[in-house]
Write a protein that binds this ligand. Sequence first.
Ligand code: COA
Length: 448
Amino acid sequence: MSLLQRCLSGGVPLRLISLRRVRTTSITYGSLVPFKLSDIGEGIAEVQVKEWHVKVGDRVNQFDNICEVQSDKAAVSITSRYDGVIKKLYYNVDDVAKVGQPLIDIELDDDVEVPSSIKQEKQEPANISSVEDSAASIRHKHEKKLATPAVRRIAMESKVNLLDVAGSGKDGRVLKEDVLRFLGQISKAPSNTSYTPHTSSASISKGEFQAGTLKDDEIVPVRGYTRAMVKSMSEALKIPHFGYNDEINVGRLVELRDQLKHISRERDIKMSYMPMFIKAASLALARFPMLNASADEKFENIIYKASHNICIAMDTPGGLVVPNIKNCEQRNLWEVAEELNRLHEAGKRQQISREDLIGGTFTLSNIGAIGGTYASPVIFPPQVAIGAIGKIEKLPRFDAAGQVYPASLVKVSWAADHRVVDGATMARFSNLWKEYLENPMLMLSELR
Ligand code: COA
């Protein structure tokens, strides 16, 4: 069956139906076509190639994953729109690929009908605009279940709809074991929400070099998440920041977290301190909406946001990225923790979706997960406030009876846009946030 016939038979996503409008040639083709990187939208002109899933000589079918690319906004999977053999990869991992330029050359299988625009493209590679259908080859994450042709065949023969199967592979790819597990032929998989412990301080991480290994200057191109950081932090320079710091006694919070540990194991949801910091912030924002706000372009109106889409500064192998947990005001502690777990896992794979990156309204940065006491956080525009949390430490303090005791303390450093927020408002907000954390029962009593 030809590609066009498959489209018209209704078995493929709607976007391919646009091929109806494309002139096709019905000759047996079996020849080389350049597969161009098409428009991803959002004005993205170039992307960084993060990973190839194919190499020269590999056979691919339609919808097989070709590669992962990363723009400064999101990670995107590129899938094949042809059956054929890969003849050339135009880029190495980490190269920047330009939208509209060839990504791979693919030798089509026989009996494939090819849009005449693609045939033309072979003679006129510079004529980018003539490729009207190539957008169909780009699929943002989760639009379709990823699986190899072999797994698709097993699913088809077993009459299993892949959309019903939870994929345990990279990016949710459905593996053979997932289908067999779905059919009850093998036992349940270990949960994929299990947590990878933080790298120990002895190991080498991003931005760190083994002592003495750098013999010459090294040029490191600014790519991916770091590009986004350049843009947003340059923008942030325009904001008049003011800072406010305080100390919070988190002794009861530490106890609460200990008490929640067994539920955490049962539910397979990691409960770190962060969901508590986030939930307390959301409760405090409900009373101080001017901190969950942004100004319009001319600074004539301030928009108080109804949703508490709390951004989390996240340290990932690709650099700082700031996804947000949507509608924290509607989520309980476990739901916030579950979202944080999901984003943290996606961040480790550098595969945070665009949806998770847009629409943030307020930011928290738990730099204390790495270390440090105080920070001077920089506002994430167009937001108006950010908080940086230091490391929880045991330090001596006086109790009510004047006795010294080992207190669990953490410092918070707030920064706010002084055009929108004044110092007194910031201090009141911080006091309320602190109250929820020092008396977690108060926080829990307010949860839905
Ligand atoms: N003080 C002491 N311990 C802390 C802590 C803090 N402030 N924050 C986290 N920890 C502990 C956690 O409880 C966990 O310990 P455990 O394994 O015994 O439970 C451990 O440190 C690792 O925590 P982590 O896995 O990082 O989880 P988290 O939910 O607390 O934080 C992130 C998640 C994404 C916020 C965090 O990993 C991160 O990336 N922080 C860096 C943010 C950053 O770079 N900011 C700078 C922006 S310019």
